[in-house]
Design a protein around this ligand. Structure first.
Ligand SMILES: C[S@@+](CC[C@H](N)C(=O)[O-])C[C@H]1O[C@@H](n2cnc3c(N)ncnc32)[C@H](O)[C@@H]1O
Length: 340
């Protein structure tokens, strides 16, 4: 059976307006704070998504290679989790879906009854994904949703009654700090049903040089990716950032376990953003914080699952044990006696 893979964007018009408004509001709030900050969520306009695809191909960016290895080694184990069930394969922040293709290919070859529902805020990434899916998998059913994670999940909750296997791959969760991760996972738990499954990617703590190289590549693509955030503000909000007057900087904090990225102002300067009717002043060497990429100990993963209502089913590693896709099941108990 052939299924034409469709994209649903603007779940309603209000959503689109809200996304633009939240970008403007977050820039206003973030650049008014001390220290200044911008959310990594806004990296992914069309240009940012294209740059991220280039990052995944870099030899230094071990994360993608490791997770491909995890999925290649464990595709059958993942299929067994949902055998004999009709289910939705939901993917949060799917990007170009190159890793998920490994799994989709396997599930289709086993003739399993599922729909693939990627949710991504980037329309550019979703168009690329839908094009790839239509070419590679003409029999794949489902629809791609251009939306913020929880708007997409809310829409899904209203329309679907199948079991869910949710993928949250890469190290997307690592962009949240400890309390934000807990809030995110508990919100996810609230939108899912008892017994639904979640597979989350965690980049494990390892050699510091190896991690640092992944965020400071020799070709300068990560630098370009980080600076694109300022270019996006110029394009979409009428900013006048002079890009050459900022530099990319990334470093690892051993104590918090985060690779952190910054844009540093190289001189004293003022930037005007038309859509905000606001001027921001920068001192020489003043940083803007742009990204956390948290790295985890095994014990951190166990704590996170326990604190948010999930039960760990399996830990799926790559051959070097640099990365883990952790398989969790939603546990919703109805009486205190059932709590484990
Ligand atoms: C680091 S990329 C990872 C892509 C893919 N999961 C992978 O592992 O290769 C993050 C993706 O999540 C999307 N994203 C980031 N924040 C989002 C949000 N709040 N809601 C929906 N999508 C989001 C981005 O557009 C981007 O495609």
């Amino acid at each position: 059976m052939a299924c034409d893979y469709k994209i649903l964007s603007n779940l309603d018009l209000e959503n689109l307006v809200n996304e633009k408004q939240s970008f403007a509001l977050d820039v206003l709030v973030g650049l008014s704070e001390t220290p200044k900050r911008l959310s990594s969520r806004y990296f992914y306009d069309d240009r940012g998504s294209e740059l991220f695809r280039q990052i995944m191909d870099l030899p230094e960016y071990y994360l993608t290679k490791c997770e491909i290895n995890v999925l290649e080694r464990n595709r059958e184990g993942i299929a067994e989790l949902v055998e004999d069930t009709r289910f939705n394969l939901v993917e949060l922040g799917a990007g170009d879906g190159r890793k998920t293709s490994i799994l989709i290919n396997h599930l289709l070859s086993k003739k399993m009854d599922f729909k693939y529902i990627p949710i991504d805020i980037s329309e550019g990434a979703m168009k690329e994904l839908a094009k790839n899916l239509n070419e590679k998998f003409p029999s794949l059913c489902g629809e791609g949703i251009v939306a913020e994670y929880f708007n997409g999940l809310k829409w899904l909750g209203k329309t679907a009654s199948r079991k869910n296997l949710v993928l949250f791959l890469g190290s997307n969760l690592g962009n949240f700090n400890k309390s934000q991760s807990r809030v995110f996972l508990r919100n996810l738990w609230n939108t899912l049903n008892n017994g639904d499954l979640l597979i989350t990617g965690f980049d494990l703590k390892k050699d510091i040089e190896l991690m640092s190289r992944a965020y400071n590549d020799s070709r300068g693509i990560t630098r370009e990716f980080n600076l694109n955030l300022l270019k996006r503000i110029n394009r979409e909000l009428g900013g006048n950032f002079e890009i050459d007057k900022f530099r990319h900087f990334s470093s690892y904090d051993v104590f918090s376990g985060a690779m952190e990225s910054y844009l540093v102002s190289l001189e004293k300067q003022t930037v005007y953003i038309k859509a905000l009717s606001h001027k921001f002043t920068f001192e020489a060497w003043e940083p803007i914080h742009t990204e956390y990429s948290y790295k985890y100990l095994e014990s951190n993963i166990v704590d996170l699952a326990e604190a948010t209502g999930f039960v760990i089913e399996k830990q799926l590693y790559d051959s070097k044990k640099y990365f883990v896709d952790s398989v969790w099941r939603v546990l919703k108990v109805t009486s205190p006696d059932e709590v484990i």
